[in-house]
Design a protein around this ligand. Sequence first.
Ligand code: GLC
Length: 618
Amino acid sequence: MDRFSLKITRRRLLAAGLPGVLVLALSGAPVRAGTPAGSGPVRYLDPARAVADRVEDLLARMGLDDKIGQMTQAERGHITPAEITRFRVGSVLSGGGSVPTPNTPRGWADMYDGFQGAALAAPLRVPILYGVDAVHGHNNVVGATVFPHNIGLGATRDPELVRRIGAVTAEEMAGTGVDWNFAPCVCVARDDRWGRTYESFGEVPALPSSMTTIIDGLQGGTLGGPTSVLATAKHFVGDGGTKDGDDQGDAVLSEEELRAVHLPPFREAVRRGVGSVMVSYSSWNGVKMHRNRRLITGVLKGELGFSGFVVSDYNGIDQIDGEPGFTREEVATAVNAGIDMVMVPAEWRRFIILLREAVEEGAVPMARIDDATRRILTKKVELGLFERPMADRSRLGGVGSAGHRALARRAAAASQVVLKNENVLPLKHGGRIFVAGRAADDIGTQAGGWTVTWQGAPGPTTPGTTILEGIREAAGGSAEVTYDRDGTGADKSYDVAVAVVGEQPYAEYQGDRVDGLRLDETDLGTIGRLRAAGVPVVVVLVSGRPLDVTSELPGWDGFVASWLPGTEGAGVADVLFGDTAPSGRLPVTWPRDAGQEPINEGDGQRPLYPFGAGLTYG
Ligand code: GLC
């Protein structure tokens, strides 16, 4: 069967609606093997050779199927090791919460090595990249150190601390084998109603730009170090500027504003050598970013000189034509726009077929396929994956180590922003303290979304120290600390009452707020009981963004924005008791109410608290 009749057969089968894998099987598509590594001097496997030389040698040995395989990223639950070998798939990901059983560091290393071993069983032995969202530590893994989310790190104004966090995150990833982090999000959150506000370091471009130091931490001075992982600047571009904070919505902006506000963090990430960039689901002036060739190829790769590779978002190409699923036209449009690797979690087989057809039809030039493959292979060689493809199990013991948690505690403390203090803070060691609130004794709540599961969840989801446990530890042995979730039992006999309240975990569009930003009835009831007890009240707000507290604030004696501090709640207590002086400053403007959104520094509005606000102790 020649290639022409093969193509017709495949198309007829596809037209008949047969699933891709059946089409491949029925049409007998010879997944053309590349030139086996055994023939000729294998330059690409020689670490002494220059990266470019190795890449060109490998590229020359590749057939079209090998190259398309490198451009394909499948989700771990939708592909087997044998399929990785057969289809030469170049990357696998864990979507948020997609974890091995058992979800332990060793369980991850076993899973990773299983997939990697399959990739190395293919003729050319090209290792996979395995990607996860380790957006605040290796957060999918139970037992990993979970750091404050980016909005809290923005409040620290400490790029060196953030670099260290990147380095520790990479160390914990290396033990499990995972070598690609879909982080940092360098988005500039302009409307706090956006469900991903907490993934932003702040509302002005200078803040996310300054925190791109995390890329140095993740990747190391140069890729290829013993704990280097590939970092990803995301989501390109303007995801934090959509109308009404609508996640995956439309950023209606002039090019001048897009360049002034949303582009600078990507410029800085590219300057720091970020290895990959992820395209945003959102649109710019009605054009989906996943099809925007001028910005991806023209600006990112051309003007900014980005030499890494561009990856789509999860099923991002499905959204190009506004219809469910993806077509050959959408595949061609995305690849021609400059997307080098496509995240097609389940439909990866159909992607492979359609991209091959697009190339055979001339809709995607071979030069584009070679450019994309070259970019991907270059990062794999630079990372040292050909020399060290398997998990570094010597580092498994470091996952969630005391030293890493100490850094997370320090970061949690540095992220606290004291916004009101009527002589009630710092709390007295040894005093009688009443603690209330559903966020006080809940690791899952204080960690927020992207923690063990995609959306996160309340409860003891992973080891750590709750804020209440931190308060008990800091108060000292002579203190009396009473906890009641609802605030029942508080009375004048206590020196102070601390209400730890705020948002339940969420991620992405599920966190979009279209109903205002007020505290919910549960939290308002808790605070009300404490105030009725006639005791000074300190509110500690655990949230991914500013909330509307204006009408309640006069009744509070103290107010601390805690953000989403992660697993080390003792860091919050360190500041409440003054064992660490408060130093956090608002990374976003705090609105009087949601009606002021979007509200940002310099826009002429009168906020409740301005960008940069934060008290210290006298
Ligand atoms: C998600 C997010 C992106 C993440 C990707 C893989 O939908 O938009 O930030 O990296 O899918 O989980």
